[in-house]
Design a binder for this molecule. Structure first.
Ligand SMILES: [Zn+2]
Ligand SMILES: [Zn+2]
Length: 181
């Protein structure tokens, strides 16, 4: 997913890009490891402006993702739809401190991204944005009861007797325990 800077008109441009999650290395890894499955392509709508050598992006990312519930592992559907902004420069502007001395700031410290060779590669920016938008602790429902630790049954849809069985085993042990007089 790349933009050629010289092709961006001074009046700006709007474009929509659709690309499969498998084209983004970080997202492809997530799918491979079973952490989530993308159910639609990554759709990126971009407004691009070129202002004296700076390229400003206003973007929106949308996709559908399926993530296993953290407690019961049932796949849950999530819609991702969020905006982002990023400014790209081909060289960092000079910044001076209060005393007039030049400050050595990195691109990140200035909130900028660097590009070179007339080309802005959006892959990294977009996959990082998608990562930020994935829920940390997805739950199928807020009150998900999860799986039984002993027999693995999904406690949202079934009941098991593991908890009762444990109690009765404890009683059985007690019954055989004879107090010596
Ligand atoms: Zn669940
Ligand atoms: Zn159980």
């Amino acid at each position: 997913m790349q933009l050629t800077v010289s092709e961006i008109k001074e009046c700006g441009a709007e474009l929509q890009i659709e690309e499969s999650a498998s084209h983004f290395p970080v997202l492809a890894d997530l799918e491979q490891s079973g952490e989530c499955t993308f159910r639609s392509p990554i759709i990126v709508t971009l407004r691009v402006h070129k202002i004296s050598g700076m390229v400003e992006l206003e973007g929106r990312i949308a996709t559908e993702v399926e993530i296993p519930c953290k407690r019961c592992l049932i796949p849950t559907q999530r819609t991702i739809n969020a905006s982002f902004n990023q400014t790209y420069v081909d060289e960092l502007p000079q910044v001076s401190g209060d005393d007039g001395e030049e400050l050595e700031l990195s691109a990140a410290e200035m909130g900028l991204e660097l590009f070179s060779d007339d080309c802005i590669d959006l892959t990294e920016e977009i996959q990082q944005q998608v990562l930020l938008l994935l829920p940390d602790h997805p739950l199928c429902v807020e009150q998900c009861k999860g799986l039984c630790f002993d027999c693995g049954v999904n406690l949202n849809s079934a009941q098991c007797n593991c908890a009762d069985a444990k109690v009765s085993i404890n009683f059985a042990v007690l019954k055989d325990f004879k107090v010596e007089k």
